[in-house]
Structures are given as structure tokens and as C-alpha cells.
Design a protein around this ligand. Structure first.
Ligand SMILES: C[S@@+](CC[C@H](N)C(=O)[O-])C[C@H]1O[C@@H](n2cnc3c(N)ncnc32)[C@H](O)[C@@H]1O
Length: 265
């Protein structure tokens, strides 16, 4: 990275007793923000999630304690309440704490719950935004999230319901907006989601893209249609983490991709 000019505004510092929720972006360390990079080099305690790329952990200040608090290989994850308590205890012990979360801390990442617990405990905190994987996956696959001709909104949705109330049929409601949808955590419920989108009025040949492990060496993009998506995922052996993009914007990929540079990883 080239050196920053002397006019570059100074970074804020993590003081002992503070917790920073830092977005790690989709994976590739080059997608970290400058403030995230700074925080990782100044923290002395880092608690990280399962989807944080190992290459990012290599950037952490060598003297720091780095602790995994995510879900791995189907084993039970740490309870959110326990993570909140650890953050509070570490801050009270005078550590400079980074809570490192995949993508952006406030997009489908339970960051709000952690911040609420810190506030209640009187712990000073900062949120460092990260590039959310849904938008990164679309851009890296050559799919523009918006164009003037295709859509005036883009919906970020979860395919994993915290409240299992299927009666609301809210996925069909998303389809009825006519706007493209970028789904997180949608692989397990893909049959239900695609069926709901057809119920919501989308034609079975609506373009769909699935982007696995965006910005990592395991990145793969599968282009399919609404009624072909479930088979395409199975056939290609797509595994989470993956983003599912539904809508006309997916069809722009082929035309925009022709001169795109291959990513260097
Ligand atoms: C609990 S959510 C966290 C989202 C995160 N806070 C964000 O802003 O990207 C986890 C889901 O994000 C998506 N995800 C995260 N990293 C990804 C990546 N590199 N490629 C594709 N999907 C990813 C997957 O859908 C995964 O199941």
C-alpha cells in the first residue's frame, strides 16, 4: 500500500477500556477499510467470528490475544450473551478490544445486540463499517446492484428466519416489490425461497446468481434461473457462505464482464 499523505486525517485511537466493532469485509484483506486495518494493528484483544478470513487475522498486532467466538463445523456456537459478557469483562479489565465481524457489523451480524449490551454496561464503543458481503459478492461477480434502467431499489434480505413464521409469506412479498433481492444465508431455504418468489409473481426464468465465498480463493459464481436454482446449487456443489441474487440485474453480468480484470488474490 502506498504511504498516506501527511495531510491524511489522523486515525482515532482505541483507548484501554474501549470496544470497537470492526467490519472485516467479505474476506480478501484488501477490502478492509483503512480504519479497520488501523484498529487491528492497535488492539490488544481480538474476538472474531467464523467468517473472518484467516489472512485478516495475520494482520492483527502480534502481541494481541486473538480468540475465536464463532460457529465452526456444526458445533454449537458461543451464546450471544456469553460473547457480550466477554466484551464487557475485557473492556473492564482495561484491554483495547476489537470485536471483528464478517462484512459489516450491522448487517445480519447481531452487532446491534452487542452494542446494546455495551451501552447498558457503560462501555465506550465504536462501530467501524465494513463492506458487506452481499454487495461485494454482486460487484465481484460483475453484477451491478443498481442501474438506472433496471431498478430503483435493492433489497438485502436474510434467508434464515429468526422467527419461523412462514404464514407471513414475506419472501413472496419481497418478490412483489419487483426489485432485485440479495439474499444472505439462503442456501438451506433455497427451495422455499424460490417457490415463494414464483408465488410472488416472478417468472420461472428470472435470472439468479449464486456467489460462493466472494473475494476468497474459493470464490465461485453460478448463473441460473429461479426454477433452476436449487438444482444448480446441488449440481455445482455450492457451499455456504454464499450470496443469492435474484432479479434482472443478474442478466447484465455477461455484458459487463467481458473486459473486467481478473481479481488478484
Ligand atoms: C451472519 S451473516 C453475516 C453477514 C455480514 N455481517 C456481512 O455484512 O456480510 C453470514 C452470511 O453472510 C454471507 N457471506 C459472508 N461472507 C461471504 C462471502 N465471502 N461470500 C459469500 N457470502 C458471504 C453468507 O450468506 C453467510 O451465510
Amino acid at each position: 500500500m502506498s504511504t498516506l499523505p501527511s495531510s491524511f486525517p489522523p486515525f482515532p485511537e482505541i483507548s484501554p477500556g474501549e470496544v470497537w466493532l470492526v467490519g472485516a469485509g467479505p474476506g480478501d484483506p484488501s477490502h478492509l477499510t483503512l480504519l479497520a486495518l488501523h484498529a487491528l494493528q492497535r488492539a490488544n484483544y481480538v474476538l472474531y467470528d467464523a467468517l473472518v478470513d484467516a489472512r485478516i487475522l495475520d494482520i492483527v498486532n502480534r502481541g494481541a490475544i486473538v480468540r475465536f467466538v464463532g460457529k465452526r463445523g456444526g458445533k454449537p456456537s458461543q451464546r450471544q450473551q456469553d460473547i457480550n459478557s466477554s466484551l464487557i469483562a475485557l473492556a473492564r479489565a482495561g484491554h483495547r478490544v476489537v470485536r471483528l465481524k464478517g462484512g459489516d457489523p450491522f448487517v445480519f451480524g447481531r452487532g446491534a445486540e452487542e452494542v446494546a449490551a455495551l451501552s447498558e454496561a457503560g462501555i465506550p464503543y465504536r462501530v467501524v463499517p465494513g463492506i458487506t458481503s452481499g454487495l461485494a459478492a454482486a460487484s465481484l461477480a460483475g453484477i451491478p446492484a443498481t442501474t438506472r434502467d433496471t431498478n430503483h431499489a435493492i433489497i438485502l434480505a436474510t434467508g434464515h428466519l429468526a422467527v419461523d413464521d412462514w404464514s407471513l409469506d414475506h419472501w413472496a412479498a419481497l418478490a412483489r416489490t419487483g426489485q432485485p433481492v440479495i439474499f444472505y444465508m439462503a442456501i438451506a431455504n433455497l427451495p422455499e425461497i424460490t417457490a415463494a418468489f414464483e408465488r410472488g409473481g416472478l417468472s420461472s426464468d428470472t435470472p439468479v446468481a449464486i456467489v460462493q465465498s466472494a473475494s476468497t480463493p474459493a470464490e465461485r459464481v453460478v448463473e441460473t434461473t429461479l426454477n433452476g436454482a436449487v438444482e444448480a446449487v446441488k449440481g455445482a456443489g455450492i457451499e455456504p457462505p454464499a450470496i443469492v441474487i435474484i432479479g434482472k440485474i443478474v442478466a447484465l453480468r455477461s455484458s459487463l464482464r467481458s473486459l473486467a480484470l481478473a481479481d488478484v488474490r
